[in-house]
Design a protein around this ligand. Structure first.
Ligand code: FPP
Length: 252
């Protein structure tokens, strides 16, 4: 395989992805499941079910093109406010997805990981997650990072508490706190910051996702709702990313 990958845009114009500059870390706010279902006069939960199919395809595609980290915003700290029926459906879908997919993910060399406070999830979710972590922990391919009961502010509080505890125990000096100290105490410790954050379904906000880590992420929005998001949409996002000029506050 060469270092470029061609695909066709809607206009029939062929564009090429540079396989040497695939983003290392892609983070996705998978939005629009409810609206997708509503449009089809279906209950919202059908939108989430359809959303799981998209997860399957996007994980495959990220693996194939050599993305190293894929972080999916699956359940936020604010999503508990939804009706309990919807929360239950989401938890059941997580369990079903892990049960059904874990062997395939393992075959694809994917490492299943999570960010967020999973101790508040139903025990069955914790059990399936632990099975998946255990089975895939020695793989060396894509890290599939499921953001579950995740909130960016919550994560920063968590990191502050960990750091404060170390100071209290005399293991860390206040004067030695720097950016890397915070990084190392976030759920994403040892992972690179997201290169690109994708949000589907038209909203242009971050919704408490990766607040610390997004300092220099590129943002990409699409009106396409998550259940309709295809690998071609992902390729468009990556193509766009590859044609941006990342200066990190400097000049070129
Ligand atoms: C946003 O759509 C989506 C979510 C809050 C949950 C995303 C979850 C899945 C795709 C499936 C379950 C996850 C796994 C990992 C198996 P929304 O409901 O906010 O849509 P709306 O804005 O149109 O109402």
């Amino acid at each position: 395989m060469g270092s470029f990958f061609s695909f066709r845009k809607k206009s029939k114009e062929t564009i090429e992805l540079d396989l040497n500059s695939i983003p290392k870390h892609i983070a996705i706010i998978m939005d629009g499941n409810g609206r997708w279902a509503k449009e089809k006069k279906l209950p919202r939960t059908f939108g989430h079910k359809a959303g799981v199919e998209t997860i399957r395809d996007i994980v495959k595609e990220c693996s194939r093109i050599g993305v190293k980290y894929l972080t999916l915003y699956a359940f936020s700290t604010e999503n508990w406010k939804r009706p309990s029926e919807e929360v239950n459906t989401l938890m059941n879908l997580l369990v079903e997805y892990l049960k059904k997919e874990v062997n395939e993910l393992n075959k694809e060399n994917v490492v299943v990981n999570n960010i967020g406070d999973t101790s508040k999830l139903p025990k069955i979710c914790q059990l399936e997650l632990n099975n998946a972590f255990e089975l895939t922990k020695n793989n060396s391919g894509l890290v599939l990072n499921l953001a579950l009961n995740y909130g960016g502010r919550n994560e920063i509080i968590y990191s502050i508490k960990e750091i404060a505890q170390k100071i209290k125990e005399g293991k860390l000096d206040v004067e030695d706190i720097e950016e890397s100290t915070i990084n190392q105490h976030l759920y994403t410790a040892n992972m690179p910051d997201p290169d690109i954050i994708i949000r589907t379904a038209g909203e242009q906000r971050l919704s408490n996702f990766l607040l610390w880590q997004c300092a220099y992420s590129e943002f990409w929005y699409t009106d396409v709702k998550w259940p309709d998001f295809k690998k071609q949409d992902l390729q468009k996002a990556i193509y766009d990313y590859q044609n941006r000029d990342r200066r990190y506050g400097g000049i070129k």
